[in-house]
Design a protein around this ligand. Structure first.
Ligand SMILES: *[C@@H]1O[C@H](CO)[C@@H](O)[C@H](O)[C@H]1NC(C)=O
Ligand SMILES: *[C@@H]1O[C@H](CO)[C@@H](O)[C@H](O)[C@H]1NC(C)=O
Length: 399
């Protein structure tokens, strides 16, 4: 009897204490919460490095800032979580890291070779330092747009449709730029303010802002879209989402095809809808990416990757990163390398789940992530907490 009473009392005490702690943490607000998470990460890394001993030492070093309950929660979190949960993307990931289904899809794409890829360059598996890789990209990936003088866009059929000005006169140069993926892990990230605090922000396809401002921000300076989106999205001509900033559309050509052959055989025939959009909004800059650019980038990815990669063009995400590297001194990339919020949910704005959205099926996503991780100059902690990678732009490097 006495025994149960004591037990009851003790449970009440613990409950009240927990409630008190929850209210305390809640009141401190999200900024404080992020700081706490940052500390949690440091503590955990120590714990992973040298075992339980260092974990208890590190909490002893900081007695004033830690309430007992938080120390306790951290302690149990450390014991329960396997060390791997604090790891971020491994830049040497290989196709063997894919699940059997995705490995099979990769093999199928290699056999299919839809774009008639015949890679003749060095590799695979050439090892380059981050500095050498950055220079290699700068010197071999020509980021430019289709111009009004390129056949067949110089014919009467196309007169007046392509922007007259070079994109470099419309976009940048900027100091700090943000590339915002559409990943499901952006949901509840609270990164909106951080993202808006950049000189320019690049977004992808139909990624919305309304209802997601807190997580993805409000600014759109460039929107990079694939040809599939603009040919299939019924609202493309109407939705005001597309009316902000500079638009760029890209469409895969056959491997290293020139503009005239691409024009005859685009992946998605978006040319009419492009013209219609230009008629409606002639003052909004709207460019077509040179179809050679994705394959110039693909060649370098194949050169440095340990395996044969999907012979399909890089993702819009990877293309957007390289585009911003040509326009900005520094590029902060959000949730391209997954944070601790990593999820199989494909988009922050849609409840659709598939591991292929992180690891890649059609696009060589795994190898793109390896490349971005290799070039990252930010910390693993920033990746883990915020999904943030920081790359130097081509403008600010010496080769
Ligand atoms: C990049 O492509 C554009 C358009 O074809 C061309 O005018 C320019 O010379 C190229 N730049 C380099 C560095 O090859
Ligand atoms: C368009 O460009 C092609 C190839 O450069 C050239 O042969 C042709 O004369 C040009 N057409 C016009 C109308 O300028």
């Amino acid at each position: 009897m006495i025994h149960t009473n004591l037990k009851k009392k003790f449970s009440y005490f613990v409950l009240v204490f927990l409630l008190f702690a929850v209210i305390c943490v809640w009141k401190k607000g999200s900024y404080e919460a992020l700081r706490l998470q940052a500390k949690e990460f440091q503590v955990s890394r120590l714990a992973v490095g040298s075992g339980f001993q260092s974990m208890s030492t590190s909490s002893k070093q900081d007695p004033k800032q830690d309430s007992h309950i938080l120390r306790h929660l951290r302690g149990t979190a450390n014991v329960r979580s396997p060390p791997s949960s604090y790891q971020v993307w491994d830049k040497d990931s290989s196709a063997k890291n894919l699940n059997p289904r995705l490995q099979k899809i990769l093999k199928n794409y290699l056999n299919m070779n839809k774009y008639k890829v015949s890679y003749k360059g060095p590799g695979p598996g050439v090892k380059l330092s981050a500095e050498a890789l950055r220079c290699h990209l700068r010197d071999h990936v020509n980021v430019s747009m289709v111009e009004a003088t390129d056949f067949p866009f110089n014919t009467s059929e196309w007169k007046g449709y392509l922007p007259k000005e070079n994109i470099r006169t419309k976009a940048g140069p900027w100091r700090r730029c943000a590339v915002v993926s559409s990943a499901g892990s952006l949901k509840s990230s609270q990164l909106g303010k951080e993202i808006d605090n950049h000189d320019a922000v690049l977004r992808f396809n139909g990624a919305p802002i309304a209802n997601f401002q807190q997580d993805v921000g409000t600014k759109t300076t460039i929107r990079l879209m694939n040809s599939q989106l603009i040919t299939t999205e019924k609202q493309f001509l109407k939705n005001s989402l597309y009316h902000e900033g500079t638009l760029i559309v890209w469409d895969p050509s056959l491997y290293h095809a020139d503009i005239p052959s691409w024009y005859k055989k685009p992946d998605y025939n978006f040319f009419e809808i492009y013209k219609n959009y230009r008629k409606l909004y002639p003052n909004q800059p709207f460019y077509m990416l040179r179809p050679q650019m994705p394959w110039e980038l693909w060649d370098i990815m194949q050169e440095i990757s340990p395996d044969w990669i999907q012979p399909n063009p890089p993702s819009s995400g990877m293309l957007g990163i390289i585009i911003m590297m040509t326009l900005c001194d520094q590029v902060d990339i959000y949730e391209f390398l997954p944070s601790k919020r990593k999820t199989d949910m494909c988009y922050y704005h849609q409840s659709f789940f598939d591991s292929a959205c992180t690891m890649g099926a059609y696009h060589p996503l795994l190898f793109e992530k390896n490349l971005v991780k290799h070039l990252n100059e930010g910390t693993d902690e920033d990746i883990y907490l915020f999904g943030k990678a920081t790359l130097s732009g081509f403008r600010s490097i010496k080769c």
